[in-house]
Design a protein around this ligand. Sequence first.
Ligand SMILES: *Cc1c(COP(=O)(O)O)cnc(C)c1O
Length: 450
Amino acid sequence: MSVEADDKHYLWHPFTQQEIWEAEPQLVIDRADGCYLFDSEGRRYLDGVSSLWVTAHGHRRAEINAAIIDQLDRVAHTTFLGLTHEPATKLARRLVELAPGHLRRVFYSDTGAAAVEIALKMAFQYWQQTDPPRPSKTRFFSLNNDYHGDTVGAMSVGGVDLYHALYKPLLFPIYQEPGAYCYRCHLRKSYPSCGIACLDQVKRTIAAHADELAAVVMEPMIQAAAGMIAFPPGYTRAIRETAREHDVLFIVDEVATGFGRTGTMFACEQEGIEPDLMAIGKGLSGGYLPLAATLATEEIYRAFLGPIDSGRTFYHGHTYTGNPVACAAALASLDLFETERTLDKLQPRISQLTEGLRRLETLRHVGNVRQRGFMAGVELVRDVDSRQPFPAVERVGHRVCNEARARGLILRPLGNVIAVMPPLVISEAELSFLLDVVEESVRAVTESPE
Ligand SMILES: *Cc1c(COP(=O)(O)O)cnc(C)c1O
């Protein structure tokens, strides 16, 4: 049987309407090289979304492959319950050295959603056993359009209706306010003359419920999954400061933004933010293996110390916590960031992306383009003047991605937003090709005669 036939017979894909999946032809990826993926018939595609925002240094990097093989020659997996190993300790030290602010402790897991859940549980438990305890601080605050993963706790602090509304009865209650979505401002103001007026509502709610709030959880600088909604500069920092003023912990979700995506190692650096807890995942292993982590300050960590009968233990873990092969891949990826000066070399590519996006902004059905570093989104609209969206049933984003695929570029839409997330090491010529194909594909779908 062919791979495609078996897939359609046996598999169930993430975020996928299987009825459509089964009816349409599907691409089978066979191998990869650098920024390219190759299908089973040998056709080549530029990986325009870094295999869902993870690939940093390209596919099949000799250095990361070698680190993985070297680790396999020692041990592929050993439990982290009651044992430790060098790849985990070395990586933890490196992460603490790189992390913003005063994060000092690393708790491993294997997906971004788990890293967020762990941060939520740590924040909740911290207030139960800090000295003196604040048992009323059990709730969380987040913004509309936040995305933190698909497990029940991570969904509870999420705010993307398409993904979360159905599950409402399962989710724990939180406080939530609209975030800054400047293109579709709920206050009908415009930036910068608004003075970021929407912050007032956020600050008021955090202040009003500070006694109940364990933490504010937030995607810094840009809400990725909701459609690359970029916040005004200073916005994330203002919310961090509000949390601090009211004695509420600040959990930053750098799962998407971490590891160079916004142009610095972490988005927090650009906003001068020192978080209390930080979730990382996606690019942590350079795009190789599932690995995530939650970083905590020493102050939070200390609240969990005590004799065995103190009840302060953090009872949380996953079978593959701290997998040594994944840690080895992450270490090799961090080495590459240093030896190749990846972030320095990225800066001209970020400018090139900015230029290319400016060109796209002039297209007849491009309503808004948004970018933070090497994360970008192109919002397509039926009517530019009224900002009227294309109806979801038209699947405009999906069709643009199909056009791009026919031209040798893999993209993945977020509704009517075309996400552009190239590998950090993409070359000038490759990025130029990517931008041309995005433009051609958007035109092919939105400007072709009915
Ligand atoms: C992708 C993502 C997650 C979830 O990560 P998974 O590894 O898919 O569970 C959480 N937060 C943000 C900001 C993300 O982009």
